[in-house]
Write a protein that binds this ligand. Structure first.
Ligand code: AVI
Length: 300
């Protein structure tokens, strides 16, 4: 937080959204009418489960980057032919343990091996169960869009390395009418605003800060040259906040930049994957071309 507030352009990583309250709010976002990505991706997974299973072959070992929505990985596991293993990787040990426990109960034959790690850093995976088929990475939700372009490339290079001889199933949100994007990040019920503001509430709780939550507004807009939604917390007035006895001033209108959510074209995503060492395979999109699901093979 000192680094974020001390910078000339104040910004903080979106990973700090996800404390217990933030994760709950994100789950609520995924149910919003305006937030099309979750239901669209679930629809793509359902519609193309058979093709995905055929590409993966029998006894695949699924490696999920982020122990995200169990709903999504269950669709995948249900479609696959006798999946041999599931390796969810997440920075939050608690979230991971819960996810692993639930899946163990429901898939008795599946070897579930959670890995507590930051998957944006170099990664070592456990040796899989014997006689498995391919290693299939799963990175849904367009979380790739929350990385900067350089981070996204670094992540994909790492994924291509750990998935060598296998493939990555990747969800990516598509460039579209800015009005649709704007609505998705400025929902009528104010859930996204609460999600954004929870970052300040969390700083108050965990760092003993004194952010006045009414003193900041949720700001989200589409930056079209950079093809990304930007989320900011906008200071409604001149004010000061303290951290460890150090004061930081906010001018009226000054912002703390909390998230970028990059949008892709099918071609731009495939080009990025090629640069990272993947061989792109089939791409599935919905009829309105809102979202895309990519099969990216990682040559042996
Ligand atoms: C997790 N991530 C892909 C979401 C997104 O759309 O960038 C996070 C989010 N931020 C606001 N609404 C949803």
């Amino acid at each position: 937080m000192h680094a974020a507030l001390g910078a000339a352009r104040r910004s903080i990583s979106p990973k700090y959204f996800y404390d217990a309250r933030g994760s709950q709010l994100f789950d609520a976002i995924c149910e919003l009418v305006e937030y099309y990505p979750t239901r669209t991706e679930l629809g793509l997974l359902r519609t193309h489960a058979g093709e995905i299973a055929a590409l993966a072959g029998p006894q695949a070992e699924v490696v999920e980057f982020g122990a995200g929505s169990l709903r999504k990985v269950r669709l995948l596991l249900d479609a696959l032919d006798r999946p041999a293993g599931y390796v969810p990787i997440d920075i939050s040990g608690e979230h991971l343990a819960q996810a692993a426990q639930q899946l163990r109960g429901d898939y008795p034959g599946l070897a579930v091996q959670p890995v507590v790690a930051d998957y944006t850093q170099p990664l070592q995976l456990p040796a899989g169960p014997h006689k498995t088929g391919m290693r299939l990475g799963f990175f849904p939700g367009s979380t790739i869009g929350n990385f900067d372009p350089e981070q996204a490339l670094r992540f994909l290079r790492m994924a291509a390395r750990v998935l060598r001889g296998g493939a990555l199933l990747l969800g990516a949100d598509l460039v579209k009418d800015p009005a649709v994007l704007h609505a998705a990040y400025n929902d009528g019920a104010g859930v996204t605003a609460a999600f954004n503001l929870n970052l300040l509430a969390r700083a108050n709780r965990e760092l003993g800060m004194d952010f006045d939550l009414d003193g900041f507004a949720h700001g989200a807009f589409y930056n079209s040259p950079r093809r990304r939604i930007e989320m900011h917390l906008v200071s409604r007035r001149a004010q000061r906040v303290q951290l460890d006895g150090q004061a930081y001033l906010f001018e009226e209108g000054e912002t703390l930049h909390t998230e970028n959510s990059h949008k892709f074209s099918v071609d731009s995503l495939r080009a990025l994957a090629v640069e990272a060492g993947f061989t792109p395979g089939p791409v599935w999109t919905d009829p309105n071309r809102l979202f895309s699901l990519h099969w990216l093979a990682s040559p042996a």
